[in-house]
Design a binder for this molecule. Sequence first.
Ligand SMILES: Cc1cc2nc3c(=O)[nH]c(=O)nc-3n(C[C@H](O)[C@H](O)[C@H](O)COP(=O)(O)OP(=O)(O)OC[C@H]3O[C@@H](n4cnc5c(N)ncnc54)[C@H](O)[C@@H]3O)c2cc1C
Ligand code: FES
Ligand code: FES
Length: 482
Amino acid sequence: MADNTIRFILNGDAVETEVADPTRTVLQFLREDLRLTGTKEGCAEGDCGACTVVIVEIGRGGDDVRIGTINSCIRFLPTIDGKELITVEGLRGKDGGLHPVQQAMVDEHGSQCGFCTPGFVMSLYALYRTNDRPSRRDIDDALAGNLCRCTGYRPIVAAAQSMAGAADHWRPADHAAQLRSIARDGALGIRSDGRCYFAPRDIDTLAELYESRPHATLLAGGTDVGLWVTKRYRELDTVIYTGGVRELQERRVSSSHIVIGGAVTLADAIPLIVDHYPGLDEMFRRFASPPIRYAGTLGGNIANGSPIGDSMPALMVTGTSLVLRRGAERRELPLDEFYRSYQVDELEPGEFIASIRIPLPEDGVIVSSRKWSKRFDQDISAVCTAYRLALDGDDVADFRMACGGLAETVKRATACERVLDGARWDERTIEKACAALAADFRPITDMRASADMRLFAVQNLLRRFYLETIADAPGTVYDYGR
Ligand SMILES: Cc1cc2nc3c(=O)[nH]c(=O)nc-3n(C[C@H](O)[C@H](O)[C@H](O)COP(=O)(O)OP(=O)(O)OC[C@H]3O[C@@H](n4cnc5c(N)ncnc54)[C@H](O)[C@@H]3O)c2cc1C
Ligand code: FES
Ligand code: FES
């Protein structure tokens, strides 16, 4: 299936280009090949948002489109095959005038040095397209992936508030039609200079490809893999992209489980999970930023296996299991048996996560997760915890707790769980459980927190969880601002 040419829409025009290096980023292509230098490079690791561009894809309905932002600095070029990109150069109207979003930034003095401005404008543009009347919280969330170091955020937020209601010309059906006109019949395969890139369309082809090339790099959203290239300068000889595999996009709720395919993005998975588990809302809102969540997948978070991955504590306490596939073989494994040691998991060579099965919540059971990091938005956790509590009157019928940031893998707090199981749910028991956490974890000191601070934080988070369960209205970080 080798055909080294990709096709996509860029600012309204169809573009066809030959890909020599499958790990060349969208940002490099825009700036160096096309000289579209409006999109900036700040960090090259998905953190600052200077490289933000808008991506448009055909929606599930066929005639509608989906719109989101991505960090072009860590996105590999072939993954935009068949999609539409909008950069800051594409916002001007036919008359050459500023787009309402850009005009709002001018009117509200939302820019000084201007380096961050194109990224902010693209995040605001995505918000403008998807939300007619954004609240202050919607605006803050939409801008969580953009850093400004000289203007400050107040005028940018004011621009976001004033752009609502201004009209431009946008017909989703036209974009969907244009996207259909460049759709590819078969799967994309690139071979160049000894490197290969495959983008299978169905799970059997993916399974066959990966089983026969177990040393290939599986690529989903690339929000971890992208940095291996841009920051660690790793050369990836063979890349298999999962983003186009139909079956891995599965999202459904059965009578017993939420089922999420191995390549479903966080942006698609989170609403489904939070709908059933509202106690996970705050943690997921603080998971990275909109562009990272629009690209990154839940399967990638689990498979990457970082000890500070945010989704895993919550998934562990809910009793989530993974459906794994290798060649024609399938097996199911509980998530809390998946990690062996630091970034070593149970996946065999050539095996991948086909889907994630999250049990539906039981009546009366409380599930909650708390993220503790230096910054509110777009920060990696120092500690992330999750709890599942079933009470029988004043006694604990079942308690589960899992933590990230305290050991070489995310893991259950089994000593703490033993103290609580069957005990009275009161302050005295909580203090004993806090003491047991010191037996569960021997955290390390690093740039995010000292070992002592980590332990102190996880104990306090448990105390706080207890207080929230006995309060009339459980508090969240949003209650006292960001
Ligand atoms: C700026 C920034 C902020 C971030 N913030 C957070 C945060 O707040 N919390 C957090 O937890 N993480 C965070 N991350 C990490 C990252 O975004 C997540 O881990 C994300 O879920 C990874 O998903 P992905 O699809 O991008 O994975 P990829 O980068 O594509 O892949 C990651 C790993 O998973 C493997 N993989 C992917 N899919 C499968 C599969 N189906 N089966 C088997 N293996 C697979 C890949 O081979 C690779 O080893 C952040 C990253 C960045 C760059
Ligand atoms: S350059 Fe900083 S997020 Fe891409
Ligand atoms: S205007 Fe200078 S960094 Fe934002």
